[in-house]
Every structure is written in structure tokens, then in C-alpha cells.
Design a binder for this molecule. Structure first.
Ligand code: ADP
Ligand code: MG
Length: 168
């Protein structure tokens, strides 16, 4: 299917899932895999709509630093901390205030995906923010997706390829 068909299909299928159990499972899988252990600076996201909320990882890994996206013309990442209250951002997100962290000092990004192709390419909401932000990025890209949204999709050469995917 094409990207636009896959986006509609996945967003529709997402309505049927029971998010709480899946979120817990995915958090457990991430912790059990120890994938985050080598890293000190980690990009994560503030969940919107039915995106899985993985922010409990920031409590579990108290000694690591996590960064959330802020959206202007493009995305960039700012440190997330309990002492720094989040403010409303676009698309119902919440964003920290503060200094933008250099992308390449963030060692890995946990990235929400609307769907993922059979070749691990990411489908987002259609704005291409992560494609542009992480093109040429050398660190680890971790995709998060519902299992019913891993699909045979005709992707484009500029679509972000995930190194590893956690689904539930
Ligand atoms: P999403 O990745 O959110 O699913 P798309 O892949 O459809 O969205 O991309 C949205 C737009 O972003 C496309 O029109 C594409 O031209 C643009 N885009 C994606 N990657 C790049 C890039 N590396 N450089 C310039 N434009 C890009
Ligand atoms: Mg894309």
C-alpha cells in the first residue's frame, strides 16, 4: 500500500487497541533488553493521541538525561526534568523550556511511529519532521509502534530507517 493508505489504516487500527497493557509491555521489553543502559542522553517524546506513553522510563532511569522535542519550523530537543514544568506545544504536545541540545550529543532517540514498513522505515503523521531531523544521524534510532501497524508500505528514499523496533 502507499504511505497515505498506510497512515489511514494504522490510525484507524490504533483506535481498537487497549493502550495501558501495551504500554506496560513495551516499557518492560525496553528495560529487559537493557538497550538504554549504555546511554546517558536519550531523546524521547511526549505522547499525543494514542501514542504509547513511555515517560515512566524517565523515572526508572533516574540517573539518565532525557530530552523532549519542541516544534517550531522543525523539531529540536530540550532537556526534560521534573523541576522544569512543561508548556503547551503544537499538536497537543507539551514541551520543556530551555536550551536546545545539540542533536549529536543525544546518543539515542526513542521515536513514535504511526506505522513501520517491513524494512524498518518509519511512517509518521506526514510532516517529515523526524526524516529531516535525523537524516545523517549516527546514533541509535529506536522505533515504537503497535504490532498491527507493521505493514508492507511503499516508502521513499528519505524516510527514516529505524535500527530497532519495539512493538506491542
Ligand atoms: P512522515 O515521515 O511524517 O510520515 P513524509 O515521509 O510523508 O512524512 O514526509 C513529509 C514531507 O517531508 C515530504 O513531502 C518530504 O518531501 C519532506 N522530507 C522528508 N525528508 C526530507 C529530507 N531529508 N529533506 C527534505 N525534505 C524532506
Ligand atoms: Mg517520512
Amino acid at each position: 500500500m502507499n504511505k497515505s493508505e498506510a497512515r489511514s489504516y494504522a490510525l484507524q487500527k490504533r483506535k481498537e487497541v487497549f493502550i495501558k497493557q501495551i504500554e506496560e509491555d513495551v516499557i518492560e521489553k525496553i528495560i529487559a533488553s537493557k538497550i538504554l543502559e549504555p546511554f546517558q542522553h536519550i531523546g524521547i517524546y511526549y505522547p499525543i493521541g494514542k501514542e504509547m506513553n513511555l515517560l515512566p522510563l524517565t523515572i526508572y532511569y533516574k540517573d539518565k538525561e532525557f530530552y523532549l522535542p519542541i516544534t517550531k519550523e522543525e523539531i529540536s530537543f530540550v532537556k526534560y526534568s521534573k523541576d522544569n514544568p512543561l508548556v503547551d506545544g503544537p499538536f497537543h504536545t507539551k514541551e520543556p523550556k530551555g536550551i536546545i541540545k545539540n542533536r549529536d550529543e543525544i546518543e539515542c532517540f526513542i521515536i513514535p511511529c504511526v506505522a513501520i514498513s517491513l524494512k524498518n522505515q518509519r511512517l509518521g503523521y506526514g510532516k517529515g519532521y523526524y526524516d529531516r531531523y535525523l537524516s545523517q544521524y549516527k546514533g541509535l534510532k529506536i522505533g515504537i509502534v503497535y504490532s498491527n501497524a507493521i505493514l508492507d508500505i511503499d516508502m521513499d528514499s528519505y524516510d527514516l530507517v529505524l535500527d530497532i523496533v519495539y512493538s506491542g
